[in-house]
Design a protein around this ligand. Structure first.
Ligand SMILES: [Ca+2]
Ligand SMILES: [Ca+2]
Length: 337
């Protein structure tokens, strides 16, 4: 509305100026050319025409003004609507600003939280690096332990094999031990039997010296030698008064003798008899007058009551003995039969 008013003022001003200008031109022409009456009539017609044109223009302008008023009214309404919309927008803007402030605060908080999280993340990264280092170390330790475990397993397998071999050997040893125990038991039984046999076996052994009185000499008959000096006589099977050994049980016996003399250019003789039968005879020629010995022995199987003795043959043969037991006769039971 305010913009339309100056426009109307301008239009009216233009119409007035046009009229004034036309009147001035008429006056000028009247003053300059009083003679040109035909020209004045023409000029008057032109002014009327111009006025009519101006009226049309005014009408048009009036129409334009009305249109402008309508437009103005519409514009005012629009403006009012725009203001309302502006207020609404301002309200929304305020609300958004409030929200924006809240969001800024929230963003700040998020930034702070993010910073804290980044710090925490850095710490966690350091921990992760440390953990990875530890894991590497543990993996190396684990690898070493696995190698050691493999070695231990191999050793265990070897031990198991060795153990199996030892068990086999132990089984053999047990069997052998059982066999030995069986043999030992048999041996013990045999020993016990032997002990029992020994316990019941007669004990027979003797030794006797010939004499303390020097030479013993045969005459015209055989001389039964009586070894009078008992050295040992277990079982009393030898008689120091008769010179005979009498077997107490049936069995195997061993007899031996040693006799001595120191003759010059003479023979030594000695004989062993069993039940009056000659078992053996020894002879020696002695020339030097120094000591000479005859010695021998024999194993004899005797029945209970059999007798064994020594003799000097007839013909003046001689033996010598003294306290040194230079001539002796011995015998013992080997085992009964
Ligand atoms: Ca000789
Ligand atoms: Ca001699």
């Amino acid at each position: 509305m305010r913009a339309v008013i100056p426009l109307l003022v301008l239009l009216f001003s233009m119409c007035g100026a046009q009229t004034q200008s036309t009147q001035t031109e008429v006056q000028t022409e009247s003053q300059s050319t009083g003679a040109a009456a035909a020209a004045v009539v023409t000029t008057t017609l032109d002014v009327a025409t111009e006025l009519a044109r101006l009226r049309d223009t005014v009408d048009e302008l009036g129409t334009t003004v009305v249109e402008l008023r309508v437009t103005l009214t519409f514009t005012q309404n629009e403006l009012q609507n725009t203001k309302s919309l502006l207020y609404t927008v301002e309200d929304e803007n305020n609300a958004q600003e409030t929200k924006l402030a809240v969001m800024k605060t929230e963003i700040e908080n998020l930034k702070m939280e993010n910073t804290a999280q980044e710090t925490e993340l850095a710490v966690m990264k350091e921990r992760l690096v440390a953990s990875e280092t530890k894991v590497d170390a543990l993996e190396r330790v684990n690898a070493a332990q696995e190698a050691e475990l493999t070695a231990v397993k191999t050793e265990v397998m070897n031990l198991i094999k060795a153990n199996a071999a030892q068990e086999t050997e132990m089984v053999k040893l047990k069997m052998e031990t059982a066999a030995q125990e069986t043999r030992l038991s048999a041996s013990e039984t045999e020993v016990e039997n032997l002990k029992m046999e020994t316990a019941v076996q007669p004990k027979v052994a003797f030794s006797a010296g010939l004499t303390d009185s020097g030479n013993i000499e045969s005459g015209n008959t055989d001389l039964n030698l009586v070894f009078t000096k008992i050295i040992t006589n277990v079982g009393q099977a030898y008689s120091s008064t008769t010179g005979f050994f009498t077997a107490p049980v049936r069995g195997v016996y061993y007899f031996r003798f040693t006799v001595m003399d120191h003759l010059t250019s003479r023979f030594m003789f000695i004989r062993m008899y069993k039940n009056g039968e000659q078992i053996m005879q020894l002879v020696e020629y002695d020339a030097d007058g120094q000591a000479t010995y005859l010695s021998s022995g024999a194993t004899l199987q005797l029945e209970e009551g059999d007798v064994v003795n020594m003799r000097l043959p007839t013909g003046g043969y001689r033996l010598y003995d003294d306290v040194n037991n230079l001539s002796t006769f011995s015998g013992f039971l080997l085992f009964p039969l």
